[in-house]
Design a protein around this ligand. Structure first.
Ligand SMILES: Nc1ncnc2c1ncn2[C@@H]1O[C@H](COP(=O)(O)OP(=O)(O)OP(=O)(O)O)[C@@H](O)[C@H]1O
Length: 333
């Protein structure tokens, strides 16, 4: 899987560009002057805390929300004033929004019916899309007769039948149980690779973004705080916000500034920073411990199981924390 950012295939030449994109709702600025280029055929995850502007960005690209300022260019042409159906984008909603009275095939074929495509041609195309999402055998069922995961496959087929250049997914996995979520995310990745189009996937889940994305875009307070391949955003966060939000890092005061240190780079050692252990969590292959330094900073460490159990400690005991200074990573803000 292309989780190192190198796997984007380049079958189509469509890129999507946001230029000085701004969204205001009255006095609230939901998206502030964003500039970004989504590479052709890339899987992009849009990540950030609640209210940071993810959905507003997605909805502007889809055309479900007007643009306050700036523009959206798909393949170099400005789509920002076009109606949703003419943009070359399609959106899959969190609740799937299937028509309850139409069977699966007719749900998938719906947009072709609106375009006046004849019954035989639209059924043929719907059947092809159902095969793509492995739902052929359910074509005659109603949505209520399907599981959540199956409904989602239908919703995907329905969005893809318009042959979009960009598929927009608003928290597509959040309604699924954890097992199905992992299965469906592999399925989304497969589809994106097979189709070679841009997927923009809004998620609250850092793990989900790291697992899926060719590019992770982290938003905060209506702007893009950092964007890049997952290993870069996770491994080299530019700001304290990104380091804390992506997780796995300590943010520590050092020489008048702040640095990030990966939790898996912190060790219990003979010499280093004295601290008192505050918690120990056994995780299987690793043990997560957290300790408070004399300066009052809470530092957490992910230790290999065998290293921890050579000399196990309990909360309240004194420990010494160490890490390589060369692995400290200075934060800009
Ligand atoms: N229709 C609206 N009218 C007024 N304010 C809105 C509207 N939609 C969103 N907002 C505000 O714009 C800001 C960004 O909202 P948006 O839904 O884009 O965030 P989000 O990152 O998708 O959040 P969440 O993860 O909770 O869905 C928030 O402050 C929100 O309250």
């Amino acid at each position: 899987m292309g989780n190192d950012g190198s796997g984007a295939n380049m079958r189509t030449g469509n890129d999507l560009e946001l230029v000085h994109l701004t969204k205001r709702y009255g006095d609230t600025v939901a998206v502030r002057d964003i500039n970004h280029v989504f590479a052709p055929a890339s899987y992009v995850c849009l990540l950030g805390p609640s209210g940071c502007g993810k959905s507003s960005t997605l909805r502007m690209i889809a055309g479900h929300e007007s643009v306050s300022e700036g523009s959206i260019l798909l393949d170099k042409s400005d789509i920002s004033a076009m109606p949703p159906a003419r943009r070359g984008t399609a959106m899959m909603f969190q609740n799937y929004a299937l028509f309850p009275h139409l069977n699966v095939r007719d749900n998938v074929a719906f947009s072709l019916r609106m375009k006046g495509v004849d019954r035989e041609a639209r059924h043929k195309r719907a059947n092809e899309l159902l095969a793509l999402v492995h739902m052929t055998q359910f074509a005659d069922r109603l949505p209520a007769q399907l599981s959540g995961g199956q409904q989602q496959r239908v919703a995907l087929a329905r969005a893809l039948i318009t042959e979009p250049k960009v598929l927009l997914l608003d928290e597509p996995l959040s309604a699924l149980d954890p097992f199905l979520r992992i299965q469906m995310r592999a399925e989304l990745k497969r589809l994106q690779r097979e189709l070679g189009i841009i997927f923009i996937h809004v998620t609250h889940g850092q793990d989900e973004a790291l697992a899926l994305a060719d590019e992770v875009v982290v938003m905060n307070n209506a702007v893009i705080e950092q964007a890049g391949p997952p290993r870069e955003v996770w491994g080299a966060p530019k700001t304290e916000f990104v380091a804390r939000f992506m997780g796995g890092h300590n943010v520590i005061s050092f020489n008048g500034g702040k640095v990030a240190v990966r939790a898996d780079e912190v060790r219990l050692a003979e010499t280093g920073v004295p601290a008192v252990l505050t918690s120990v969590e056994y995780q299987g292959a690793t043990v997560a411990v957290s300790a408070r330094t004399e300066a009052g900073e809470e530092i957490f460490a992910i230790l290999p199981e065998d290293a921890y159990f050579k000399s196990p400690k309990s909360p309240g005991e004194g420990v010494t924390l160490a890490w390589d200074e060369g692995r400290m990573h200075r934060l800009l803000a």
